[in-house]
Write a new protein. Sequence first.
Length: 307
Amino acid sequence: MSAALLEGRGLVKRYGDVAAVDGVDLTIRVGERVGLVGESGSGKSTLGRLLVRLEDVDAGSVRWNGDDITARKARALLPFRRAAQVVFQDPASALHPRLDVMALVAEGLIIHDLHPGRHEARVRELLAEVGLDEGVLHRRPHELSGGQKQRVGIARALAVEPRFLLLDEPVSALDVSIQAQIVNLLARLAQERQLTQLFVAHDLHVVRHLCERVCVMFKGRIVEEGPTEAVFAAPSHPYTKALWEAVPVADPSRRRRVLPVMKEGDVVDGGCRYRARCHEASARCAEQVPVLVDVDGGDRRVACHAR
């Protein structure tokens, strides 16, 4: 088993009275492609931002290559900023509208003093790597399609030669045909550059295609994790089952389960937060918070009293 590259321990992030992330442990090992899934509001994007220090944690710690970086600020974080890059969900808002592609991609080279004297040549190489020709070099974001913008975002992230990429729903704002191209590009880059990736998504099919391991979040907590194929082939937690059953299918004769709508009061502190939806809930679920325990010989972990 490879060494841990990025670790979160006991991570907590609150916004007012809402715990977006509530005591989460997550380890991402060198070379892994990990999927983080869950419905909107589950806390998956917030967890990703905590791990790459885009937001400060309220409690817990973040470790990079074994070093605690939780309290580091500004210049002390600069080596980590180069090593861990982000590809954002909305490429339009992630790119400065007044800068052209050359300036956008070269910015990281300038900040980290990489490839001095050959920035333009290096930008051209990066654009070719992500499938863009030189014709976009002096265009601004509003002159690009959605897929082109996301490719520029990926090239910008790759420019500083990172070891880790946080991919925060990088295809959800794109047309379906473009989504497949970007997913295949990310898979190729992971292999060619030996990149470790955390792929935040709500599209389970994309995660199944791209990731080796998956973590399922519900209301700020990880409720199941394990090898992607094993988890989706035989989901253990009731929430994972419901998510997978709700994935759209092409055959209209095959009905999928629809997730029940939760009222604001359905999620309460104490006990299992999923119990208002769960057909397997018992009295214990209202009294005791389930913790992740090993199943299947330790290959998978599930937080459910019924397991």
